[in-house]
Design a protein around this ligand. Structure first.
Ligand SMILES: CC(=O)SCCNC(=O)CCNC(=O)[C@H](O)C(C)(C)COP(=O)(O)OP(=O)(O)OC[C@H]1O[C@@H](n2cnc3c(N)ncnc32)[C@H](O)[C@@H]1OP(=O)(O)O
Ligand SMILES: O=C([O-])CC(=O)C(=O)O
Length: 370
């Protein structure tokens, strides 16, 4: 038995949800470029869950269900108010999502219909939790979700307590489409491993949130923003990046396990970053990001991944850094739950083997003789 560290290149399951072939990402056969340009996040979530784009009537039903499910149990809000104010938002979100299960009587109902409803419910409630966590951290009361608006619009409304502008809603909606699914990434794999024991969907999504939090995965978008803040201005980019390269430190937001010639989502976020900066009359974050990319690609051949330009996009939308990875979780809930539903449909326990490298032939020695 020879271990493949990080399971690199191992094909661990079949899936008909999303694919990456020759650097092209598709959801259910639709190119991400096509979806980013034309689809809403709600259409994308439907596509991931049910394998086809919704008709107008199906979309209306989904939007109605998402609105109906968006309020979260008041007990969960009360618990969130007790969380330490300096806890990371992802750690708080992990706890809050786990708590949701305690107040859902159908949490352990493993029927296909119940699990489909819970997927929609989680998608509706996670944005409410993230917005509430942000306000609670600031000492503000959470704002109840609005009926009849998109997830992107509702999220920005719940964050600020006022209606967002159309450009911000559109930009966030596109970012949600771009982050919705990504084949067998670490958090999706974690979610699938969890439910392959026939554990419930809340446990699967809680596991996935834990995996997304790490800086080698979704947590990289917050790390990118920290780096931009540390750099401070365009004139400091070059010495900062060269210093990091000399010390052989990782530059967050670059590199990818699967894409070696560039992440197809990055160009959309780069364009959004440029457009938002131009619109707001301040392109410094965009220009700093472009300069970092030129240096890293030039020196190391590494290309930006989805997390790199999303940092400047969210900042230009006026969103605080602590919410970047939770926003990734809002979007990826669609992909996680689609994969969880797929796992239940044709389940087999996921239990690989380990190559043992420890001691051999040890003999027990009583404690007082050691
Ligand atoms: C949504 C997402 O999860 S996208 C990924 C988000 N994560 C990040 O942006 C964190 C920074 N990037 C990384 O750490 C890595 O590129 C990963 C974790 C994404 C992929 O890792 P792996 O597939 O294991 O690649 P691996 O770490 O083996 O990298 C190959 C080589 O490139 C180097 N490298 C990879 N990424 C980076 C980086 N961001 N900065 C500097 N060097 C890097 C590695 O040090 C390694 O060099 P070596 O061969 O001289 O040791
Ligand atoms: O696929 C991966 O390894 C990470 C990634 O880009 C994602 O989850 O979007």
């Amino acid at each position: 038995m020879t271990a493949i560290k990080g399971l690199e290149g191992i094909v661990a399951t079949t899936s008909s949800i999303s694919s990456i072939v020759d650097g092209v990402l598709t959801y259910r056969g639709y190119d991400i470029d096509d979806l980013a340009e034309h689809a809403t996040f709600e259409e994308t979530a439907f596509l991931l869950w049910f394998g086809k784009l919704p008709t107008a009537a199906e979309l209306q039903v989904l939007q109605r269900d998402l609105s109906a499910f968006a309020p979260v149990p008041e007990q969960v809000i009360a618990q969130m108010k007790l969380y330490p104010k300096d806890a990371s938002t992802m750690a708080a979100l992990r706890s809050a999502v786990s708590s949701l299960a305690l107040y859902d009587e159908s949490a352990d109902d493993m029927s296909r219909e119940a699990n489909r409803i819970k997927a929609v419910k989680l998608q509706a409630q996670i944005p409410t939790l993230v917005a509430a966590l942000s306000r609670i951290r600031k000492g503000l009361e959470p704002v109840a979700p609005k009926e009849g608006v998109s997830i992107a619009e509702n999220f920005l409304y719940m964050l600020r307590g006022q209606d967002p502008d159309e450009i911000s809603v559109k930009a966030l909606d596109t970012a949600l489409v771009l982050h919705a699914d990504h084949e067998l990434n670490a958090s999706t794999f974690a979610g699938r491993v969890t439910v392959a024991t026939l554990s419930d969907i809340y446990s699967g999504v809680t596991s996935a949130i834990g995996a997304l939090k790490g800086p080698l995965h979704g947590g990289a978008n917050e790390a990118v923003m920290k780096m931009l803040e540390e750099i401070g201005g365009i004139e400091s980019v070059e010495p900062y990046v060269r210093g990091k390269l000399e010390r052989r430190e990782k530059i967050m937001g670059f590199g990818h396990r699967v894409y070696k010639n560039g992440d197809p989502r990055a160009k959309h976020l780069m364009k959004m970053s440029r457009e938002l900066g131009t619109m707001k009359g301040n392109t410094e974050l965009y220009e700093m990001s472009v300069k970092i990319e030129e240096l890293i690609t030039g020196e190391k051949g590494l290309r930006p991944n989805v997390d790199f330009y999303s940092a400047s996009v969210y900042t230009q939308l006026g969103i605080e850094r602590e919410l970047f990875t939770p926003i990734f979780a809002i979007s990826r809930t669609s992909g996680w739950t689609a994969h969880i539903l797929e796992q239940y449909e044709d389940n087999r326990l996921i239990r690989p083997r380990a190559e043992y490298t420890g001691l051999l032939e040890q003999t027990y020695v009583p404690v007082d003789e050691r």
